[in-house]
Design a protein around this ligand. Structure first.
Ligand SMILES: C[S@@+](CC[C@H](N)C(=O)[O-])C[C@H]1O[C@@H](n2cnc3c(N)ncnc32)[C@H](O)[C@@H]1O
Length: 303
């Protein structure tokens, strides 16, 4: 399987390096002109947004991110673009795109999953290398945390989650240990508590992928309803494209990519695929940015 920005070795704190920057500009170059408006549904640290604003001096951009930190970063670092009206930055889920009633975008982008700063900050609870609360909400207003799932779901539902989203063949010993420990010892509160238990139960030789990687990925995807959201939003985004507009989507998980592929396919009466084959990162990009290694890019051009 391919996993979203997996944690295979102890990471140093990083800034976010945008994935497929050149490829995104290449698929966007297929958009029919004049290119005047763009929507970035996953602003993050604004790497792609900046590239698009630079490449298209006429463009005005609407950008969403549901993470408070991404929005404050954007307000600080894109102050000029915001003041001039070239960028409107909104704290919202891309699922709220339809509510904006904005239409006729020439370019649209979703760069899914977490950003490097989210992953690297202990207090966000995404990483088992940095001890923090077992949280994993990208939107801090969300109601369900990873701790809620680990401490309240029954054995069967936990096993199904790890099998389906984590693509773990046999999560049963870990699931049994979760259910035992939370009752007999205490509920799981931190990333280290959960990761240490998984290390203990599944064993780890301190090389290769950490055994907690896929468990953490599955929890994160559920906490943030990632798969469900992509499936729901793509038709709205296609509806928001201008004639000849291009929607590009970057995924980091094979299940996400499958959803994008299938929803694009189901909409071929409205447009066409920009590239027949999915775009994967070059060896050079992976060497420069290891978090790109599971990335895939697909693009759809509206008739
Ligand atoms: C991989 S990062 C994007 C990085 C960005 N393209 C850049 O170059 O800096 C993903 C971002 O999407 C945001 N995100 C994920 N799901 C979202 C959703 N449903 N609505 C809005 N933002 C979301 C995350 O909070 C994160 O900041």
């Amino acid at each position: 399987m391919t996993t979203q920005q997996t944690q295979t070795s102890t990471p140093a704190p990083t800034e976010h390096i945008p994935v497929f920057l050149n490829d995104v500009l290449t698929v966007f170059s297929e958009a029919a002109g004049p290119v005047r408006s763009a929507f970035d549904g996953t602003f993050g640290r604004g790497g792609h947004a900046r590239a698009v604003l630079n490449a298209y001096p006429e463009v005005r951009m609407l950008a969403f991110d549901w993470d408070e930190e991404a929005i404050s970063f954007g307000k600080e670092n894109f102050a000029q673009e915001i003041a001039s009206g070239r960028l409107r930055l909104v704290r919202a889920s891309y699922l709220d795109f339809a509510k904006e009633q904005a239409r006729d975008f020439n370019l649209m982008l979703l760069d899914l999953g977490v950003s490097s700063p989210q992953l690297d900050r202990a207090e966000r609870g995404f990483s088992f290398y940095h001890d923090g609360p077992l949280d994993m909400r990208m939107d801090q207003r969300g109601e369900v945390t990873a701790a809620d799932i680990v401490n309240t779901w029954d054995e069967q539902d936990l096993a199904r989650l790890f099998i389906e989203y984590g693509e773990i063949q046999r999560p049963f010993r870990v699931v049994r240990a979760i259910v035992h420990d939370r009752k007999e010892r205490k509920p799981f509160a931190t990333t280290r508590e959960l990761a240490s238990m998984i290390e203990r139960v599944d064993g780890w030789q301190k090389k290769g992928s950490h055994p907690a990687t896929r468990y953490f990925l599955a929890l994160r995807m559920k906490v943030n309803e990632e798969l469900e959201s992509i499936e729901r939003v793509i038709p709205d985004l296609i509806a928001g494209l201008a004639e000849g507009g291009v929607l590009a989507i970057i995924t980091f998980h094979s299940l996400e990519d499958r959803v994008v592929k299938n929803v694009f396919k189901a909409n071929l009466h409205l447009g066409r695929l920009v590239n027949k084959k999915v775009i994967k990162p070059s060896d050079e990009e992976v060497a420069r940015n290891p978090r790109a290694r599971s990335a895939k890019l697909r693009a759809f051009k509206k008739f």
